[in-house]
Design a protein around this ligand. Structure first.
Ligand SMILES: C[S@@+](CC[C@H](N)C(=O)[O-])C[C@H]1O[C@@H](n2cnc3c(N)ncnc32)[C@H](O)[C@@H]1O
Length: 241
């Protein structure tokens, strides 16, 4: 089979699945190295922003290796979680991680598409997605699906990369578009995956545009905040009661 890389801005599902299956063995390591550990802090901030209750039923869309789900479940001893992802190789690593952390009994990981979630209506108190929504072909469909899966009053938090402005933005773009693909390519052996990353961030809606998409899907009280000078962004919205 030939290795394919998704088209930034219009990622094809088969290419996304195949790319994450290929980079899964080095995915966590590269996250830590390329963000100098900041990705861990960002996920913590995402769960803070969710203000999750101790018994919450949590949906983690595009869960990958389940780092965000682990963080969320750590906040409430009686909370439970479902992680959904296209990539079986990412999910296998996520499942092993959940077991190692003693969270296997409270979390389930399933293969599935964020555009057609394999869950009933109103099943979750809270939903999260980290660095995933940018890889979904039909973002509007995924937002509508999360809205459907949440109970009335449920909350959704999105963590995604963004591009900072000004002088810092110019320096950062140099790192993001030149150095990151080089290091990512060397460590993972998949240069194209780490070239896709900055290209897909450049093609993603701005924080203001993404906030409008959330409102269009029916979320209310939509707000966002920049992280680390604008390298990443958190969005939050509630399903009306
Ligand atoms: C960059 S990883 C993020 C993983 C994890 N959320 C994290 O914080 O590290 C993106 C994940 O989204 C998944 N993904 C992309 N498109 C998807 C879709 N349409 N439905 C479900 N998962 C999808 C990929 O398979 C991949 O595991």
């Amino acid at each position: 089979m030939t290795a394919t890389t998704p088209t930034p801005g219009a990622p094809e599902k088969a290419a996304v699945r195949s790319m994450f299956d290929r980079i899964a063995p080095r995915y966590d390591l590269l996250n830590r190295v390329l963000s100098v550990g900041t990705d861990v802090r960002w996920r913590r901030r995402a769960v803070d922003f969710l203000e999750v209750g101790p018994e919450a039923r949590i949906l983690d869309l595009c869960t990958g290796t389940a780092d965000l789900l682990v963080e969320a479940l750590g906040r409430g001893p009686r909370s439970s979680g479902l992680g959904v992802d296209l990539s079986a190789a990412m999910l296998r690593r996520g499942a092993a991680k959940l077991r190692r952390r003693g969270l296997g009994g409270r979390a389930r990981l399933v293969g599935g598409d964020g555009e057609r979630l394999p869950v009933g209506d109103g099943r979750f108190d809270a939903a999260l997605v980290a660095f995933g929504i940018r890889n979904v072909g039909d973002v509007k469909a995924a937002l509508a699906e999360v809205h459907r899966a949440l109970r009335p009053g449920g909350r959704f938090v999105v963590l995604e990369f963004s591009l900072p402005a000004g002088l810092f933005g110019r320096v950062y773009r140099l790192y993001f578009s030149r150095i990151l693909p080089l290091v990512g390519g060397l460590v993972s052996g998949e240069r194209s995956a780490y070239s896709y990353l900055p290209a897909s961030v450049a093609g993603f809606p701005t924080p203001k545009e993404f906030g409008a998409l959330m409102e269009g899907a029916g979320f209310v009280a939509v707000r966002w905040r920049h992280l680390s000078g604008g390298i990443a962004c958190l969005h939050r919205g509630d399903k009306p009661r």
